[in-house]
Ligand binder design. Structure first.
Ligand SMILES: Nc1ncnc2c1ncn2[C@@H]1O[C@H](COP(=O)(O)OP(=O)(O)OP(=O)(O)O)[C@@H](O)[C@H]1O
Ligand SMILES: [Mg+2]
Length: 509
């Protein structure tokens, strides 16, 4: 896992972060069930099982017992100590005793709990569980949790189970210990991005179709790839196809392939993209541009799981997981009769919404540093960072092209910069600095818009919840959305809730 820190905030490169869905069960109290005890009567010494035990005050009796059960035990009193004990690409079971740590130590613990190669069991008590942060750590990173006191045998059973689950992971390919290629890193620390990462982890475990919606350049393709790479299909191909970039008359043969002689010029059989993704994931980008003819064929394929190559008579079974994406408003396309509703519902079993960059707060600055770090060797100078006016401009700017635009601007600035710090001018954002007079009213207005956007995003455009977060009434929120031109942004936010952007402003309290 790579962890770096800018500006006091922790960057979470998702590709390497390796947070896993918690497999938590009800708290176990007392002894392990009889069946478990019988099965575990002998220590399994056939292969080395390593156990990491983090506690402020480790229990020596527990340690001795676990050793007697065949565990190779590594004990740490701090998160830092624990992180140094973990070797890359090895599987571990882990016990984290949350009862002894102070809340201010949770951030350090979280970095260790995030290690994908460790299957964690948390020890806790009622007072700790009252803390939302503790509950979150357990939910996100632990296989299970138990109340203390707990019998040693139960713990032995639980860590054995966690170790077994972790050992199933292909740590060499996707483990947290292995550095991930930079291209696949998803940087994000804001709540909207953390929510996105959680969603990715959840949807990766299923085979259901996923529909990704978001503005241009927000990371839709990166998200599709992240889902594929965390899915059981990760060893099979990830095949992207941009439905908008292929001429309509070629799309059918591109998707489904053709047999030799199917049409003039078809000199040999061609395998289509759907078939070439067999066993893996097919990513249909810009699905909104799919012509009606291909929509019908795709729907047939989704219903039957079989394709027919052009000019062929054979029905070929193909096993692919479909992820689709668009930056256009598909609901509107359906209303206008350009997109089949039945196909949409098949494609959109699970939905992922990419937050626009302007709603990601501090992540704008973190991403800019991330890009600078990645491409700084493109400059002859030793560029060290950004001037304060560059930072300010980045926050004031609206980023219509989102992350892609930020990457392009920073890369260009790296080449153009004439000093060791990139300025707003280097980013071509000089108009967005304080040199341009901003009245207090304008500053307030901008801050208000940002807060409203973020709240709407958090709650997928559900006005009641967003209004509650903002501490205003729903009617006021609706009015402010009108003032800030946010009533038509359903596509950004997913538009999940009851088309609320179209509700009349009054009488909806
Ligand atoms: N969270 C992120 N962290 C780091 N890089 C990101 C992130 N999101 C997107 N990127 C980068 O931004 C660029 C655009 O991402 P991507 O192509 O996935 O966006 P998109 O939504 O598919 O865009 P478009 O709508 O233009 O097709 C890529 O270079 C990608 O690696
Ligand atoms: Mg794309």
């Amino acid at each position: 896992m790579r962890e770096s820190s800018h500006l006091g905030a922790t960057v979470t490169p998702f590709a390497g972060a390796g947070q896993r869905l918690a497999v938590t069960g009800p708290p176990v109290s007392g002894d392990a069930p009889d069946a478990v005890r019988a099965r575990d009567a002998k220590p399994e010494a056939a292969f080395e099982r390593t156990l990491l035990y983090i506690a402020r005050a480790p229990d020596p009796l527990l340690g001795a017992y676990l050793k007697s059960r065949g565990w190779e035990l590594a004990v740490a009193r701090t998160a830092h100590e624990a992180s140094r004990l973990v070797k890359p690409e090895a599987a571990y079971a882990g016990i984290v005793d949350l009862t002894g740590f102070a809340p201010r130590e949770f951030a350090g613990l979280e970095a260790v709990l995030r290690l994908q190669q460790v299957g964690w069991i948390a020890l806790t008590d009622d007072s700790r569980l009252a803390d939302a942060d503790v509950r979150r750590l357990i939910r996100h990173y632990c296989f299970d949790y138990v109340h203390v006191p707990v019998s040693h045998a139960t713990l032995d059973y639980l860590v054995g189970h966690a170790f077994g689950m972790v050992s199933l992971c292909d740590l060499g390919a996707s483990g947290a210990g292995a550095a991930s290629p930079d291209e696949d890193e998803m940087v994000g620390t804001c709540e909207a991005m953390q929510q996105l990462f959680r969603t990715i982890r959840k949807v990766a475990n299923t085979d259901a179709t996923v529909f990704i919606s978001g503005e241009s350049g927000t990371g839709k393709e990166l998200t599709a790839l992240a889902i594929h790479e965390r899915s059981p299909r990760r060893k099979a191909p990830f095949v992207p196809i941009n439905c908008g970039a292929i001429p309509h008359h070629l799309l059918q043969s591109e998707l489904f392939g053709y047999e030799r002689g199917a049409f003039t010029g078809a000199n040999q059989r061609k395998i289509g993209r759907v078939e070439s993704a067999n066993g893996g994931t097919l990513f249909l980008d810009e699905i909104g541009d799919l012509p009606m003819e291909s929509q019908a064929s795709l729907l047939r394929f989704l219903q039957e799981g079989k394709i027919e190559r052009l000019g062929g008579h054979e029905q070929i079974p193909v096993d692919v997981r479909i992820i689709s994406a668009t930056h256009v408003d598909l609901e509107a396309a359906m209303r206008d009769g350009h997109f089949r509703a039945d196909l949409f519902h098949r494609l959109c079993v699970l939905r992922v919404d990419e937050p626009p960059l302007r709603a990601r707060g501090k992540d704008i600055e973190i991403l800019a540093h991330h890009v600078l770090h990645k491409f700084k060797q493109d400059s002859a100078r030793r560029i060290r960072g950004f001037t304060p006016d560059a930072i300010e401009a980045m926050y004031n700017y609206n980023w219509p092209g989102n992350v892609r635009e930020l990457i392009n601007r920073v890369r260009r600035a790296i080449v153009m910069a004439e000093s060791k710090l990139i300025s707003a001018e280097d980013l071509d954002l000089a108009h967005f600095t304080a040199q341009q007079t901003v009245t207090l009213a304008q500053a307030r207005e901008a801050a208000e818009r940002r807060a409203i956007e973020a709240a709407l995003l958090r709650h997928r455009h559900r006005l009641t919840e967003a209004a509650a977060d903002l501490g205003i009434s729903r009617v006021t929120l609706y009015r402010l959305m009108g003032t800030h031109g946010l009533r038509d942004e359903k596509t950004f936010f997913g538009g999940e809730a009851e088309n609320q952007a179209e509700l009349p402003p009054e009488g909806r309290e």
